[in-house]
Each structure stands twice: as structure tokens, then as C-alpha cells.
Design a protein around this ligand. Structure first.
Ligand code: DC
Length: 222
């Protein structure tokens, strides 16, 4: 069994790279950010405050999160049986995800689900605390970064393709705010595990990043 943990700030390319590695190594890909996003979306839909611990915790008993995975389509995420894979991608859902992810009860709620998935099968999982909390025994831990400007540029292009009106400056500001929140929360903040390998993708192509990680994965599982 091989378990690969990829952590890093938002829009560092974790999910695109992880999806490709999953295909190359014939293992499943788990996007843990999508789970936090689904909880954030639920709280937003209830018109509640995503930063209010009592309000968010009150929602948890009514939330069921499930995922499915297909090598071509990637991961689908279900919130109480509704496929919300597209709805969770809005900038509002991104911020809501970051807000609810700072609440310890939300992290505990998702931790067992994530760890259970890794008990059964080889996988590559991406997020913020995979190497430090979810899979401390991972075969390979990678911390993938890129400059804030480069990450904002990539995210801006993605949003433009979807026809969303956000400007580059708005995207950069939101990304910095979310990183700051994710790095400075009290519980399991975004940081590299002590034994993580660092990769800065600012001036690397997608293929170079994938090739490096596949090489590291083969070395680690040899
Ligand atoms: O990876 P993403 O951008 O889809 O994640 C959305 C938010 O969820 C992110 O801002 C912080 C939170 N998150 C987390 O706290 N821990 C994880 N393992 C994954 C995501």
C-alpha cells in the first residue's frame, strides 16, 4: 500500500497534480478541501455565520459527507446525497471552507472519515494537515508551494474560464487572506510536516512537478 500526502497553500496546484499522479500510479485521489468546502456550503445555505463555532457545530449532526472517485472524472463530493462538486468551487465557498476549518469540532468530524479512507486502499490525499495529522505514517509527504502572485494568476485564469467576474487583485487578496487564516489557526494549521519534501512550483511546468513527485513516490515505496 502506498499513501501520499500533499499539503500546501491554496491554488498551489495540489489537486491537478494529485489527480494525474493518481492516474499514473493507479491509486485513488482524495481531495480533503472539498469536504471542508461542502460543510462551508451547508452553513452558507442555512444563512448562518461560518465563523461562529456554536452555529457551525449545530449543523454537524445534519451533515453527511460522502465521496466517489473515478480516474477520469476525479472526485465527486456529496452533501446529504446531493452532488455539490461544482457548487463548492465559488470564492464564497472557498472562504466559508477556510472559516469552518478553523473550528476543532469540524476538523474532528472529518478526520475519522479521511483516516478510514486511507485504511482500506492506496491513495494520494491533498489538503493542509495530511502530513501532520491525517496520515502521519504516509509513504511520502510533499509540501507544494508557489509564490502568491503565481498562484493568484493560475486561479484567476481558472475563474475567467468559468466566466466568473473576479479581478486578479481580488483573487490575490482573497488567496492571501485564506492562507493567513489557514496558517494561523490554533488547530492543525497549514505547515510542512518535519519529514515533508518541499517543492516550489513557481517556475516549474505541470509535467515537471508530476515527474518529480512520481520519482519521489517510487523512491519512497522502493
Ligand atoms: O484545498 P482547498 O482550497 O479546496 O481547501 C479549502 C479550505 O479548507 C482551505 O482554505 C482550508 C481548509 N482545509 C483544511 O483546513 N484542511 C485540509 N486538509 C484541507 C482543506
Amino acid at each position: 500500500m502506498i499513501r501520499i500526502a500533499i499539503d500546501g497553500p491554496s491554488s498551489a496546484g495540489k489537486s491537478t497534480v494529485a489527480k494525474q499522479i493518481a492516474r499514473d500510479l493507479s491509486i485513488i485521489y482524495v481531495d480533503t478541501g472539498a469536504m471542508y468546502r461542502a460543510i462551508g456550503l451547508y452553513v452558507l445555505r442555512q444563512n448562518l455565520d461560518t465563523k461562529d463555532t456554536a452555529q457551525v457545530c449545530g449543523c454537524l449532526p445534519n451533515i453527511r459527507i460522502a465521496t466517489s472517485y473515478d480516474p477520469q472524472a476525479g472526485q465527486r463530493i456529496f452533501l446529504n446525497d446531493e452532488d455539490v462538486s461544482e457548487q463548492i468551487r465559488s470564492p464564497q465557498a472557498s472562504m466559508a471552507a477556510s472559516d469552518v476549518s478553523a473550528i476543532p469540532q469540524v476538523r474532528a468530524f472529518l478526520l475519522s472519515l479521511q483516516q478510514d479512507m486511507a485504511k482500506k486502499q492506496s491513495l494520494i490525499m491533498d489538503g493542509r494537515d495530511i502530513g501532520t495529522r491525517v496520515l502521519p505514517q504516509a509513504t511520502l509527504k510533499v509540501f507544494l508551494t508557489a509564490s502568491a502572485e503565481e498562484r493568484a494568476r493560475r486561479r484567476f485564469l481558472e475563474l475567467q474560464q468559468k466566466g466568473l467576474p473576479d479581478t486578479y487583485e481580488e483573487v490575490l487578496a482573497e488567496l492571501k487572506k485564506r492562507d493567513d487564516q489557514d496558517m494561523h489557526r490554533a488547530v492543525d494549521p497549514l505547515r510542512p510536516a518535519a519529514d515533508a519534501r518541499m517543492l516550489d512550483s513557481t517556475s516549474l511546468t505541470f509535467e515537471e512537478v508530476v515527474d518529480t513527485l512520481v520519482k519521489w513516490a517510487k523512491e519512497a515505496s522502493a
